[in-house]
Design a protein around this ligand. Structure first.
Ligand code: PGA
Length: 257
C-alpha cells in the first residue's frame, strides 16, 4: 500500500512569527495523533524559502516533513535571487515542489528547466514533487490528458528506473487552483490512472505500483475524503486550506473509505 502524502504549499504567505504560530497550532492538533497517522500518511510543510530555517526549528521533534517550493538546478553560481539544493538540505528539507503552475504561468518556467530541476533534486536525494496540469482553455478544448502527458514526459525525461520511485507527481488542474472549483474524484482519478499508465510503459509495472500521484486544486476539509478515497489518488497538495491549522489538520486526517 502506498502511504498518502499531504503537502501544504504555503506559497507567499506568513512572516516568521506567523509561521511559528501556525505550526504551534498545527502541532497541538497533530502531535498527539502522530503515531496513528504515521502508519499511512506523510505530512509535508513547504514554506517560502526565507522561512525554512524558522520552520525547520519549529518542526524539531515532530514527524512533519519540510519541503521547498522551488529551487534552481545548478548548485551555485551567478543566479541572482535563486536557491539551490545544497542550501536547502542542511535545514532538513527532504522534498521540493517543482513546476508548480504559478511557476510555469507567472514566471515562465519551461518543461526543459523543470526537467533539469527534477534531475538536480534526485541527484541531491531530494524528493521532487513534479506538478502537472492543464489550463481552463486546454480543459475546455478536451486537451487535458494530452497536456498532462507532455508535461510528465518532458519533466521526467532522463529519470532512471532507480530514481523514478522517489518522484511524486502532483496533478493540479490550473482551473482548480485557488478557484474553489476542484476536479471531481472521477476527473482526477482518470488523469491519475493515465499518469500511472505512462509510468508503467516507461519504467515498468513495479515503478507504476509504487509511484505516488497526488491531487491539488481547491482541496478542502469538505472534499478531501472523496478525493483520497480513489485508489489512484495518493494524497493532496494543498494551498489555501493549508494556511489554517484546523483546516489543514482535518485534511491530514482525511478518511479513506
Ligand atoms: P489551492 O492551491 O489549494 O489554493 O487551490 C493548490 C496549489 O496551488 O498547490
Amino acid at each position: 500500500m502506498r502511504s498518502k502524502l499531504v503537502a501544504a504549499n504555503w506559497k507567499m504567505n506568513f512572516t516568521a512569527n506567523e509561521a511559528r504560530a501556525m505550526l504551534a497550532a498545527l502541532r497541538a492538533e497533530l502531535d498527539p495523533e502522530s503515531s496513528t497517522l504515521a502508519k499511512d500518511r506523510e505530512v509535508l510543510i513547504a514554506p517560502p524559502a526565507v522561512l525554512i530555517p524558522a520552520v525547520s526549528q519549529a518542526l524539531a521533534g515532530s514527524s512533519l516533513l519540510l519541503g521547498a517550493q522551488n529551487m534552481h538546478f545548478e548548485d551555485k553560481g551567478a543566479f541572482t535571487g535563486e536557491i539551490s539544493a545544497p542550501m536547502l538540505k542542511p535545514f532538513g528539507v527532504t522534498h521540493v515542489i517543482l513546476g508548480h503552475s504559478e511557476r510555469r504561468h507567472i514566471f515562465g518556467e519551461t518543461d526543459e528547466a523543470i526537467n533539469k530541476k527534477v534531475l538536480a533534486a534526485l541527484r541531491h536525494r531530494l524528493v521532487p514533487i513534479l506538478c502537472v496540469g492543464e489550463t481552463l482553455m486546454q480543459h475546455d478544448a478536451g486537451n487535458a490528458l494530452e497536456v498532462v502527458v507532455k508535461q510528465l514526459e518532458n519533466g521526467l525525461d532522463g529519470v532512471s528506473s532507480e530514481d523514478i520511485e522517489r518522484v511524486v507527481v502532483a496533478y493540479e488542474p490550473v482551473w482548480a487552483i485557488g478557484t474553489g472549483k476542484n476536479a471531481t474524484p472521477e476527473q482526477a482519478g482518470t488523469i491519475h490512472g493515465a499518469v500511472r499508465e505512462i509510468i508503467e510503459q516507461r519504467w515498468g509495472r513495479e515503478a507504476a505500483v509504487k509511484a505516488r500521484i497526488i491531487y491539488g486544486g481547491s482541496v478542502t476539509p469538505e472534499n478531501v475524503d472523496s478525493l483520497v478515497s480513489r485508489p489512484d489518488i495518493d494524497g493532496a497538495l494543498v494551498g489555501g486550506a493549508s494556511l489554517r491549522a484546523d483546516s489543514f489538520a482535518r485534511i491530514v486526517r482525511a478518511r479513506v473509505g
